[in-house]
Design a binder for this molecule. Structure first.
Ligand code: 7PJ
Length: 285
């Protein structure tokens, strides 16, 4: 029996009775415009508006790329990129905003500017004080599984039993969050597709997601497969802009296997996919 959940953030309680779509909003310097701050914020607002119209439930704002080969950017640059965008979205729309960061200073500023969820791809490994921010501000907290440090995240030697490793590491992350006073209702877990896993292990985690749902029955699961390279690998090395069908297939399977929140680039297509999966699911009873 699947339990309906609610996710406690600093601004509301988000119901998880139906699957939610988290729309990805990357805020990186715009190489096509003159790079002015106004252009960046304006583009981000338009993108957010489109995703909301398409049915996004949460907007995930990120200023630092964690893709393979990316370098860390200075803290001030990360804050400078995301803060104006978060402020502008929070002022214009009543939609939960999450900040994709693994730095507590960014998390705190973002929360002050209106972000109500902190999405930490390091699961508190890079900066444990993220948990202090989540506890103090009452934000939602996504603890994602990853391996290695920022530079070595995508080149980790594979482990034998990825499921066991994810379970053990997420348990540790929950314990760390709890020790700072973060409550269970604030915490959402994520297997971290593409972070320190082989392509086959990414597939295995999606296939066996139901085991993690059972294991962590107190916490909703978020999954992000959108346009990731393991999809391209199966599809004859399709580039990121040819991975939509693959992304939708994995979103459908993740939902079927118990994921509650899907983090995606293509919101309208994902919303339609999830509606169909939910309809089939509902006909089982
Ligand atoms: C994820 C993320 C993910 C969560 C990124 C990309 C890489 N946050 N941030 N889960 N991936 N929670 O989007 O390709 O899978 S950045």
């Amino acid at each position: 029996m699947e339990r309906p959940f609610a996710w406690k953030t600093s601004r509301r309680s988000i119901t998880l009775e139906r699957p939610l779509v988290m729309g990805i909003l990357n805020v990186t310097p715009d190489s096509f415009s003159d790079g002015g701050r106004y252009a960046v914020v304006d583009d981000a607002l338009k993108h957010a508006e489109t995703m909301i119209a398409d049915g996004a439930d949460i907007i995930d704002v990120g200023g630092e790329s964690t893709r393979p080969g990316s370098d860390r950017i200075p803290l001030a640059d990360e804050i400078g990129r995301v803060l104006p965008v978060i402020g502008a979205i929070a002022k214009r729309f009543d939609i939960p905003i999450s900040i994709d960061t693994s730095r507590s200073e960014v998390a705190r500023s973002a929360a002050d500017a209106g972000a109500e969820i902190v999405n930490d791809i390091s699961g508190l490994r890079f900066d444990e004080k993220i948990a202090a921010v989540a506890a103090g501000e009452g934000t939602g907290l996504v603890l994602m599984h990853s391996r290695g440090d920022f530079g070595s995240m995508h080149s980790q030697p594979p482990v034998d039993d990825i499921l066991a490793e994810v379970v053990a590491d997420l348990r540790r992350a929950i314990a760390a969050a709890t020790s700072y006073g973060v409550s269970a209702e604030q915490i959402v877990l994520d297997v971290g597709i593409g972070f320190g896993k082989t392509p086959d292990q990414n597939l295995e985690l999606i296939a066996k997601l139901d085991k993690l749902v059972q294991e962590f029955h107190d916490h909703p699961l978020l999954v992000g497969t959108s346009r990731k390279s393991f999809i391209g690998k199966i599809l004859d090395n399709a580039p990121a802009d040819r991975r939509l069908a693959g992304s939708l297939a994995t979103a459908a399977i993740a939902l079927w296997n118990g994921a509650r929140i899907l983090r995606v680039h293509d919101v309208s297509e994902t919303v339609e996919t999830l509606r169909i999966v939910s309809a089939v699911r509902a006909s089982m009873v």
